[in-house]
Write a protein that binds this ligand. Structure first.
Ligand code: FES
Length: 153
């Protein structure tokens, strides 16, 4: 075999190996984005279903902030913010801004929800009071029995 022929054959084989290797690695990396969220959280309110129904004990940390007026807790499993707005009222709304899905916070001094991303303001009913958001926050039902607070749709 001539030197030139040898180099051509090795070159073709090497290229074939590279292409084959690339195809294998590309096909293996196409689907890593599966959602493994089991929705555990604080009482099973999360997951992939739209049903929200969980109970927390507001006498225990981290929920004990809800014993004080102006105190709030954001449930990471459901993205619901729960707020004690008055001595007799605890409310729950979605903590995700309806404008571009940033997280909202509760402002106790104004008794309202605020999104720092673009300045939207929401009333405790969930209604938009200042844009750019145009859609209200989803509001959930709450029911307090003793220190057990149920949050549900
Ligand atoms: S994401 Fe909340 S105002 Fe834009």
């Amino acid at each position: 075999m001539e030197r030139k022929d040898f180099i051509e054959q090795v070159g073709l084989s090497g290229a074939a190996i590279l292409i084959f290797g690339c195809m294998q690695s590309c096909s293996k990396s196409d689907g890593p984005g599966t959602n493994t969220n089991t929705g555990g959280g604080t009482g099973g309110g999360g997951g992939n279903t739209s049903t929200v129904d969980f109970t927390i004990d507001i006498s225990k940390s981290p929920f004990d902030a809800l014993k004080n007026i102006g105190g709030f807790y954001v449930d990471p499993a459901t993205n619901i913010i729960i707020v004690k707005t008055t001595a007799s009222e605890i409310i729950a709304v979605s903590s995700i801004c309806t404008h571009q899905q940033a997280s909202i916070t509760y402002q106790a001094n104004n008794n309202r929800f605020y999104c720092a991303a673009h300045g939207s303001v929401f009333a405790t009913t969930g209604a938009v009071t200042t844009g750019p958001a145009t859609t209200a926050l989803k509001k959930y039902q709450t029911s307090l029995t003793g220190t057990m607070l149920r949050v549900f749709a």
